[in-house]
Design a protein around this ligand. Structure first.
Ligand code: UDP
Ligand code: MG
Length: 345
């Protein structure tokens, strides 16, 4: 069966869409579900997702859970789910590789006509994923789920708000404001996305930069069902830096600007120092203060610049290594070749 056959009617290229018959088979929707220490919430999430899916007999589903090196009982719970439900597949990572890599691994084995990436803490409500599917059937190739409100802490809300605005003004790609990684990708987009293999990956940025027909659906973000955020400040900061540096060289340009300002200030300082020396030699004593200010100021700006340069060079280094992005211990629920055919038809 070709890609064209399974397209929803609205996407068919024939001009008379009304006359297009219903697709012969139900479209397969793959869910890519990263899991990191979610033992207290994963069962509730699975129950809610499957309940939402049961209400839509027109869709077939495949659930790809990626266990991102959880140190709690998450894996055992996922194994249980895979046993009970043959739509479930589990990728078990050899260690924690991080959210963005977990999503990538899920996309690598998802086989659906559309792929939905969502968190497993019930902050991305399963029922909203079906709205994404509807938008896809109406012809969108990428559907972003945009948070209308969020129940996170004030700190997280403020930093996230600032981050998205900064990203918007600093990067060339138009990343939709207030979207996380909750989105739907058409099969074609998912296939293309798989060709992006950089290590410092900021998936939502890459997707936004790809083009295609994009659409946004708004939803109210719920509170985390159980446990606490797996994105502590450190990981958030890293993601933010990846987001900026993988799409923008603005920090490098800022250094250049800073360099100009420092240069002008130093020139003024030199003129001042010479002037004092020649015209007011009586009060020009040691010049120690001036010396300290200049040395510290130049030292500081140089260190800052080196830091920014270093972060880009570090990225070049790790990209140049071309190591595998992730290591899998096992894939539960797949055929021997590790990639099963289209299921749930
Ligand atoms: N996650 C992951 N690996 C990590 C951190 C998080 O797979 O190293 C998963 C986590 O289980 C959740 C999703 O990524 O399904 C989003 O994480 P979280 O809810 O902690 O982020 P927040 O919603 O607080 O931004
Ligand atoms: Mg969350």
């Amino acid at each position: 069966m070709t890609q064209q056959d399974i397209r929803p009617p609205a996407q068919a290229s024939a001009p008379v869409t009304l006359a297009t018959p219903e697709p012969a088979r139900r479209p397969l929707i793959s869910y890519v579900l990263p899991v990191y220490n979610e033992q207290d919430g994963i069962t509730a999430f699975h129950t809610e997702l499957t309940a939402a899916l049961d209400a839509r007999p027109d869709l077939a589903a495949e659930l790809v859970y990626v266990n991102d090196g959880s140190s709690d009982g998450s894996l055992a719970i996922l194994q249980g789910l895979a046993q009970k439900d043959d739509r479930v597949r589990v990728i078990d990572f050899a260690r924690n590789f991080g959210h963005q890599i977990a999503i990538t691994a899920g996309l690598d084995i998802a086989t659906g006509d559309a792929v939905i990436v969502m968190d497993t803490d019930l902050q991305d409500p399963p029922r909203v994923s079906l709205e994404l599917v509807d938008a896809w059937r109406d012809g969108a190739e990428i559907v972003h789920a945009r948070r209308r409100s969020r129940q996170d802490t004030a700190f997280k809300r403020t930093t996230a708000h600032m981050f998205y605005r900064l990203l918007r003004s600093w990067t060339d790609v138009d990343i939709p404001v207030d979207t996380g990684d909750f989105r739907l990708l058409d099969r074609r987009v998912a296939d293309e996305l798989r060709r992006y293999r950089e290590r410092s990956r900021f998936v939502r940025g890459i997707v936004a930069s790809m083009g295609y027909r994009q659409k946004e659906i708004s939803f109210d973000r719920d509170e985390r069902f159980a446990g606490e955020t797996k994105y502590p400040l450190r990981k958030m900061a890293r993601l933010a830096i990846d987001g900026v540096t993988s799409f923008s060289t603005t920090p490098l340009k800022l250094i250049t600007r800073l360099g100009f300002v420092v240069l002008l200030l130093s020139l003024a300082g030199i003129v001042y120092a010479l002037g004092m020396k020649f015209f007011r030699p009586d009060i020009t004593v040691s010049g120690w203060t001036m010396l300290m200010v200049v040395v510290l100021f130049l030292g500081g700006t140089q260190m800052l610049s080196l830091g920014v340069l270093g972060s880009y060079i570090g990225r070049i280094y790790s990209e140049a290594q071309r190591r595998p992005l992730y290591l899998v211990r096992e894939v539960i629920g797949a055929d021997e070749d590790g990639r099963d055919g289209r299921r749930g038809v």
